[in-house]
Write a protein that binds this ligand. Structure first.
Ligand SMILES: CC(C)(COP(=O)(O)OP(=O)(O)OC[C@H]1O[C@@H](n2cnc3c(N)ncnc32)[C@H](O)[C@@H]1OP(=O)(O)O)[C@@H](O)C(=O)NCCC(=O)NCCS
Length: 297
């Protein structure tokens, strides 16, 4: 997790244009999930009708993409980002961050001010990118959202998702995009001053497992997820379900009590890295009325 100032060199970010580029998207999708994803004809239809199919290119080769389309919830018009992916060999080099910031720029050009998407709450890297670096705020919890999925990442898993809202011009978002993030000491202080709503302990194989879930009790709370879900899946697959259910129960209880996700942090403690959502109680309602509480479904 380098500083936000690191550069993304050697990549070009632009809309996909040619049929061959839409075909390359299928290859990137296959490299990441083992199947093809969105058909080329649908990609073209999305691109030409208010949607955005954006790519990260190394020379003429597509190495990552972000696909979004217009969304409407009855009140707000926004862009809904359905998939973002980077080829495995290019991951962790800021390509995903640049794709999302490019997507933001393009959505702002369309005259919209919000992007939404969903992500697996147990994926620490996604939470880091979406919440910590981009300043997006998850506000809903969906249980087994897609049902069973056959792809290599989701196969055999309950497909719970957090719905996230990214208010593109909110001051807090602009701060994060400008590189203003809490220091490691500040994260540690927030972690120390908050209470655990998922309690964990290190098991025999050296991996953490959840042992209990508690409701938040008024002040700041932290909600732990595995730092490396893939390692849990490989070495202790039987505990993935415990994680899934603990995190689900904790999020639902917290959202029901009006708690909101304020940030995401990774704490280093000895040789261990631990990942946490940081949650706080919603501000008290003012006479003019406060924003509606976050929800769980
Ligand atoms: C999610 C994804 C699009 C991000 O793209 P990327 O190019 O790898 O992302 P970036 O390099 O910009 O950012 C990843 C950040 O997470 C950090 N990170 C890596 N592993 C992490 C972990 N276990 N916990 C917390 N942060 C982690 C990286 O260090 C990096 O942060 P930094 O820039 O501060 O160092 C890409 O990894 C991917 O395709 N994943 C599989 C598919 C997927 O999950 N898609 C999203 C849902 S549709």
């Amino acid at each position: 997790m380098a500083g936000v100032s690191s550069e993304v060199r050697g990549f070009r970010f632009r809309k996909l244009e040619k049929p061959e580029e839409f075909r390359q998207l299928l290859e990137v999708h296959r490299a990441v999930w083992g199947d093809e994803g969105v058909p080329t004809t649908l990609q073209r239809a999305i691109q030409d009708n208010g949607g955005l199919v954006l790519g990260a290119f190394a020379d003429i080769h597509l190495v990552g993409f972000a696909l979004s389309f217009l969304g409407w919830d009855g009140t707000t018009l926004y862009h809904y980002s359905h998939i973002t992916a980077v080829r495995p060999e290019y991951q962790n080099h800021r390509v995903g961050f640049r794709l999302k910031t490019f997507q933001r720029e393009e959505v702002l050009k369309l005259g919209l001010s919000e992007l939404r998407w969903t992500f697996d709450p147990l994926q620490s890297r996604n939470a880091w990118l979406n919440v910590r670096q981009l300043g997006g705020r998850p506000d809903r919890y969906y249980i087994h959202y897609y049902g069973q999925m056959p792809d290599t990442i989701n196969r055999g898993q309950e497909t719970d998702r957090l719905r996230l809202r990214w208010e593109l011009s909110a001051p807090a978002v602009e701060e994060r995009l400008g590189g203003k993030t809490p220091t490691a000491d500040e994260d540690l202080a927030r972690w120390n001053s908050s209470t655990a709503i998922v309690e964990t302990e290190v098991g025999e194989k050296g991996l953490r497992t959840p042992t209990a879930v508690a409701e938040p009790s008024g002040g700041l709370a932290h909600l732990e997820i595995p730092f490396d879900l893939a390692a849990v899946q490989e070495h202790e697959p039987e505990t993935v379900r415990s994680w899934r259910h603990a995190v689900r129960d904790a999020f639902r209880a917290a959202f029901d009590l009006g708690y909101r996700v304020e940030d995401f942090a990774v704490i280093t403690s000895g040789h261990e890295r631990r990942s946490f959502y940081l949650l706080g109680p919603a501000p008290r309602a003012s006479p003019e009325g406060a924003a509606p509480p976050a929800g769980s479904l």
